[in-house]
Design a protein around this ligand. Sequence first.
Ligand code: BGC
Length: 825
Amino acid sequence: MEQQKRYGHFDDQHREYVITDPQTPWPWINYLGNEDFFSLISNTAGGYSFYKDAKFRRITRYRYNNVPMDNGGRYFYIKDGDTVWNPGWKPCKTPLDFYECRHGMSYTRITGRKNGVEASVLFFVPLKKWCEVQKLTLTNNSSETKHLKLFSFEEWCLWNAATDMENFQRNFSTGEVEIEGSTIYHKTEYRERRNHYAFYHVNTAIQGFDTDRETFVGLYNEFADPQAVMEGKPRNSHAHGWSPIASHYIEVTLAPGESKDFVFLLGYIENEQDKKFESLQVINKDKAHALIAELDTTEKVDKAFAELCEYWDALLNIYKVRTGNDKLDRMVNIWNQYQCMVTFNFSRSASFFESGVGRGMGFRDSNQDLVGFVHQIPPRARQRIIDIASTQFPDGGCYHQYQPLTKRGNNDIGGGFNDDPCWLIFGTVAYIKETGDFSILDEMVPFDNQPGSEVTLFEHLKISMDHVIKNLGPHMLPLIGRADWNDCLNLNCFSWDPNESFQTTENVSEGTKAESLMIAGLFVVTGKDYVALCKKIANGQWSMVNGQCDFADEAARMQKAVDEMIEAVKKHGWDGEWYLRAYDFYGRKIGSNECEEAKIFIESQGWCTMAEIGAEDGMVAKSLDSCKKYLECEHGMVLNNPAFTKYIYEYGEISSYPEGYKENAGIFCHNNPWVIIGECIAGRGNDAWSHYAKILPSYVEEKYQTLHKVEPYVNCQMVAGKDAFRPGEGKNSWLTGTAAWMWYTVSEFILGIKPDYDGIRIDPCLPETATDYTVSRKFRDAEYEITIHPNGAQKGVKSITLDGQPIQGTVIPYSAGKHVVEVTM
Ligand code: BGC
């Protein structure tokens, strides 16, 4: 194997990824912020910030897919004599004597050194504050006094990130700023309907500033050589329209060995309607002053940073494993959990592959993300479930997406994705198992956010199940609607018009026979969960306050539906060696040996094996074997095989991609865990592990930094499959359901620590080579120290002791306090 160039390495002790070469094969980014104020930052300080909604409250501007890539961000220019450089190398690209970027948990530290000067910038968003802190430390390591000219730079976005890039006839006349001392205010559109503004501040006196982009940069210059910087002279420009920016100019003198800190603050403020102005057109700055005062010294900033680090300590202390395998431990204990939090926060809205203007929060996506996150901050997961359920329709269907700022369903995309309802059960059950909080079922939740339409959350779950049962096709399998999990299998779309979207054009529902085996499996898995939940309630675990229902009857009714679905799959969904994928509009098989291409698909293998459909007849084992035989390759399992080589009008977008990419035989990492869980349930630990390790970032990091291209510390949505031009190349990093599924798989199915209604179920599935390991797990008000002795077994718990006493079965009964558990396999 060819030795690949390395651009960085893990630093587990600090929970950081350390990038040592700025010219990574693609920008390697990090996320700042945990609740309201968010930033994206690349390893060269590119990126942008927004408040809550990446589309409607974009604070700084970003140009996607730019040349050069990743241009624009928060930049510090240091002019030292005739040399101008940036700590993050870009945009000037002046060769540095030293460069390092450390991406940590919600912070990034970028350090550059040039001609005896070190500039180190710590970027983070303090907890509960609406701002990004940039603490710049300049140190003179040379033996002579340094007279430096420092310029900061941010470019404002005119709030709506979509129109900001379109409506120039308007935009170029609306920009407005105010300058007060060392603070530059961006008050564009504040005079009319907006009650918010942003500011960029530094905690020292400035010797100049600029707020007009062209004056600062020069129309024929670039970020790499702004005129004001190159000449070492700020213009003190005051923007009126065009493109407002914020740049401070500071003269810094440093004696040999001397070091100085500067705290830059990018803040966002909302004012009450009647307190918007101080006087005509002069904005009320009280809240800005107050926020600045909270962070105007190094000490205050260091304290805020320490709080952020403690916050992450606490989050990452909830589930911790010690296996002795660094590559596994660092993913489980640090990066996988971190990615889950980021994905939960951002859904699919803002990354270097998602522009933040296109999509809101996905119904199915958010429910799945929740499973990766619920153990960390259950109250936020609870709120998310209510928000998601509020976008459901009375018939159980749901908006496919909603906007986070308004929490309203997104009309552009609408509904009709028939897997969506099931995911609500998936998310809710995970929440209750983690917390024991059945009261969520009693919450009154509206339909389509309409006041007066509220029913209990339990009722929402019930109609979700019913939505599947009421939409069955000729084989008694679920009708697919616009699409199931695979957004690109568009069986009712029929498009020859390149100007149409595959997802939103007319969903031909009249006369359709298009059915999904993926939904069938999903229905069986979530249906079993639903039945178990109903039985719990029937057995008195919870008595509903707001809704009446005979829960025992309901459990029986749904068990029957589940059993019927299992029979339908066995009868009409089995192809001999694997599960079919679907039936098309005309009732013809998809994903069958009879098909010319795409004879086998991964989704139905994953869900039907997880559902254990036909396990007793050997179907599960055969399906899993077929995945190994036809789907597996060096970099993971591809989505379908063989890849489509032609566009198929009846199938839609899936067949539009070149071979090996995206939904056409790419390794769509999200669904690999489904098969891995299927392997675990079947007790095939060696196979489960080998599939898992192939897409585990730390293993990929070791081998393929150049080929993989995207960040080696997180999963990406898609890795090019075996039929692609460059198999193994990754795309669409960070915001992917893969994060939650990898977490769910490793924490619950491989390491085998499963939250359950009454305690923690212990059920690992391991490779034979696994050695003893310990998991520290906080669970509700308890803390368990669980040591597993695999003894070479792949599956099967022989005995468990709880605080020295043997227990029956595999569920450690919940009780508050600290407990020691020993498990022998
Ligand atoms: C979407 C998911 C979808 C997946 C597969 C992702 O881009 O966010 O909702 O399930 O693609 O098509």
